[in-house]
Ligand binder design. Structure first.
Ligand code: PLP
Length: 407
């Protein structure tokens, strides 16, 4: 049995290689054997960086003012956060449903879609992750659903846009499936597929999705749990695509910049109005927990005052150029690279043995680099406050680690 009295997630316990975290500063985190450059924002939540005393102080102050709440209670910070989130959403969004994280944001969006449309069928993509709870994992397309399927009756999965396929086929796939299936209540899509390898849809894809949803009476849910709060160079990634306005936006991770536990569903007036007369059969004990709310308000302050979405957009060319030079340097070991804002990926053509060696290369004393690997790809998502120099250092370290694994 493993020596630790708790489970590690998503793995056989004997394979766990835990890191001991001591703290951090900016784009770096500390472990007992030195500091690591964080090109993964831990698990995509540290958009404002490590060691944010300002966010920690806001949480401490909230703990002193009001530390607990009741789902039905009102308090000023809860209202302020809802107003600020709605203020940063596309026009027409009028209500927020608070959750504890990203999975239950999708879970509750799924329930709201069922309640509002009276339909239970959904469409989502194979290359997607929507969360670990039963409904959210049922929407998920990757191996994490297959591990527990069948879980969600009526969940239909389709392929996603692929830059190598003909874009016309890709654009028509979901509308076609929707027509043939009938009775689809909601389409769930990450505007840019995140952890499953950074898939950036072609122009026109989301416009076609929106049109098909309108035609078929289905709701469009943008899962921005990973892409929200500046990651792609805009506050929300959906803003990149065809001016499309979804019906719901689900949020988590960087909503608190990692400094609290919170998620949210932003709901457009056309869905929210349904629940004026009808019961919203959704609720959570820790709904709008004050500590999570305080962390989110402070994180939003940082995103705005430090212009972090704009910063991610400004650093995109540097990330792309770095990935291009890694591709050039490593030749056919890199299949493709791409980036949007500070979300990038390298598709690597490595043997299973080389993939297995990669984490050790990244952990090596002189490299000490954190990235989130996926089968076939490395996903890069540094804190949005990373400096140009740190990003350049990270890309050199990354090249060294890949070289080490493949030599
Ligand atoms: N949706 C997306 C796109 C995600 O990347 C994740 C987490 O990785 C989730 C939902 C689930 O969020 P959480 O782990 O906070 O429940």
């Amino acid at each position: 049995m493993s020596e630790h009295p708790f489970f590690f997630t998503w793995r056989a316990q004997r394979d766990a290689k835990p890191v001991q975290l001591l703290g951090g500063e900016g784009a770096w985190f500390e472990t007992p054997d030195g500091r690591w450059l964080d090109l993964g924002s831990l698990i995509y939540q540290m958009n404002a960086g490590h060691g944010r005393g300002d966010i920690v102080s806001a949480v401490q102050a909230q703990a002193g003012r009001l530390c607990v709440s009741l789902p039905g209670a009102i308090y000023p910070e809860k209202t302020a956060l809802a107003e600020r989130l709605l203020g940063s959403a596309p026009e027409g969004f009028s209500k927020v449903f608070f959750t504890l994280g990203g999975s239950d944001a999708n879970e509750n969006a799924l329930k709201m879609a069922r309640l509002a449309t009276g339909r239970f069928k959904t469409i989502s993509r194979y290359r997607s992750y929507h969360g670990a709870t039963m409904g959210a994992v049922g929407l998920t397309g990757d191996w994490r659903r297959r591990a527990v399927d069948p879980v969600l009756p009526g969940a239909v999965h389709v392929l996603e846009p692929d830059w190598v396929a003909s874009s016309t086929d890709e654009l028509t796939r979901i509308p076609e499936v929707m027509r043939r299936e009938g009775g689809i209540g909601a389409v769930f899509a990450e505007p840019v597929v995140g952890a499953n390898g950074v898939r950036i849809p072609p122009a026109g894809y989301f416009a076609a999705l929106r049109e098909a949803c309108d035609e078929q009476g289905a709701l469009l849910v943008a899962d921005e749990v990973l892409t929200g709060f500046g990651r792609t160079g805009k506050m929300f990634a959906i803003e990149h695509f065809d001016g499309v306005v979804p019906d719901m936006i689900t949020l988590g991770k960087a909503i608190t910049a990692g400094y609290g536990t919170l998620g949210a569903v932003l709901v457009h007036e056309r869905v929210a109005s349904h629940f004026e007369e009808e019961t919203l059969a959704c609720g959570l004990t820790h709904y709008a927990h004050p500590l999570g709310v305080a962390a989110a308000l402070a994180a939003l302050d940082v995103y705005v005052s430090e212009r972090l979405p704009e910063r991610a957009a400004a650093l995109e060319p540097l990330l792309l150029a770095g990935l291009a030079s890694i591709s050039e340097h490593l030749g056919d070991r890199v299949l493709r690279h791409r980036a949007i804002g500070l979300l990038g990926a390298l598709d690597l053509d490595l043997t299973a043995q080389q993939w297995a060696k990669l984490p050790e290369g990244l952990a090596a004393r002189r490299v000490h680099l954190h990235v989130n690997p996926r089968v076939g790809a490395l996903v890069l998502a540094p804190p949005l406050c990373i400096t140009e120099d740190e990003l350049a250092i990270g890309l050199v370290k990354l090249t060294e680690a890949i070289e080490e694994a493949t030599s």
